[in-house]
Write a protein that binds this ligand. Sequence first.
Ligand SMILES: NC(=O)c1ccc[n+]([C@@H]2O[C@H](COP(=O)([O-])OP(=O)(O)OC[C@H]3O[C@@H](n4cnc5c(N)ncnc54)[C@H](O)[C@@H]3O)[C@@H](O)[C@H]2O)c1
Ligand SMILES: Nc1ncnc2c1ncn2[C@@H]1O[C@H](COP(=O)(O)OP(=O)(O)OP(=O)(O)O)[C@@H](O)[C@H]1O
Length: 294
Amino acid sequence: MKIAVYGQYYKDNTEDIIIKVLEVLNNHNAEIAFETNFYNVLIENNFLNITYPTFASHKELESGFDMFISIGGDGTMLRAATFVRDKNIPILGINAGRLGFLATVQQEDIEKLLPLIFTKEYKISSRTLLSLNYEGKDKELEDLDYALNEVTVSRKDTTSMITIETRLNGDYLNSYWADGLIISTPTGSTGYSLSCGGPILTPDVNSLVVTPIAPHNLNARPLVIPDDTDIELIVSSREEQHLVSLDSRIIAIDVETKLCIKKTDFKIHLVEFPQEKFLDTLRKKLLWGEDKRN
Ligand SMILES: NC(=O)c1ccc[n+]([C@@H]2O[C@H](COP(=O)([O-])OP(=O)(O)OC[C@H]3O[C@@H](n4cnc5c(N)ncnc54)[C@H](O)[C@@H]3O)[C@@H](O)[C@H]2O)c1
Ligand SMILES: Nc1ncnc2c1ncn2[C@@H]1O[C@H](COP(=O)(O)OP(=O)(O)OP(=O)(O)O)[C@@H](O)[C@H]1O
């Protein structure tokens, strides 16, 4: 089995995690390659005593890998998706962070769960992605291309609100007067959108959520739409530019630019172990059932 290993940070507990991961992978004679920056930090910390092949970008990650292991929090998983893109390589998230909605394997479970990838005792949870297009889009922005959680427009360099003219499949929906607007996938529905009052969608639902950020029109509400909808946004503002983000990545764009958002024709495949299903994660992270009154 060919396995890619990725992490963004080197912290106190990284060594412990890597030891456990490498032990399982080596016991199963896996072929291992590391993401270049992560590899360099491991080398600097005298952690690896043999050399491994590396990959520096999505272009260098061949589709021949059987699994992509992400070591970190949900932010690292979002970044992992930008390496994998349309290559159909399943992503397994080991949670070194706090929340762990996407990175679901806890450190203490590595030895128990990781061997299951070699016996194929896991399920794949396929996740919808969003793409953003607009006239004049720079080739350099390729890395921003796909969002696993959400595409967000928001105000820049001003406290005054922006107006977001929104069309669905060409039909006018609304002009939101707000701090911003979130177009969320089911995966992203437990992220920023949830904090702005959006509903939670289970990952397999074929829908998107349009969630305004602090709208001044109090009757503007989150809206669930089919995920094959072509969404068009045009922002107007007192400033010349506004922000657009795809997951953790952000850029400034001129106001009045027509932004086209739609789902991609490929999905990201997350590894899901029977012990760590979405509903279990949801219950645990949102502390459902912890209220002793019920
Ligand atoms: N007010 C908010 O809730 C808010 C604001 C900005 C961004 N975000 C979220 O943060 C994401 C970027 O993550 P980051 O690590 O770069 O930023 P970050 O370091 O600010 O972390 C954001 C938090 O969101 C959580 N998160 C990310 N994706 C999630 C998901 N699908 N379900 C549940 N929780 C999730 C992370 O675990 C983390 O605790 C964005 O895609 C957005 O969903 C949330
Ligand atoms: N490779 C790693 N080794 C050890 N700790 C890590 C590693 N990657 C991330 N962490 C820990 O997890 C924290 C969060 O990581 P990351 O930015 O990936 O996630 P996040 O989006 O903040 O999500 P979460 O809320 O789930 O932690 C880091 O600040 C760090 O403490």
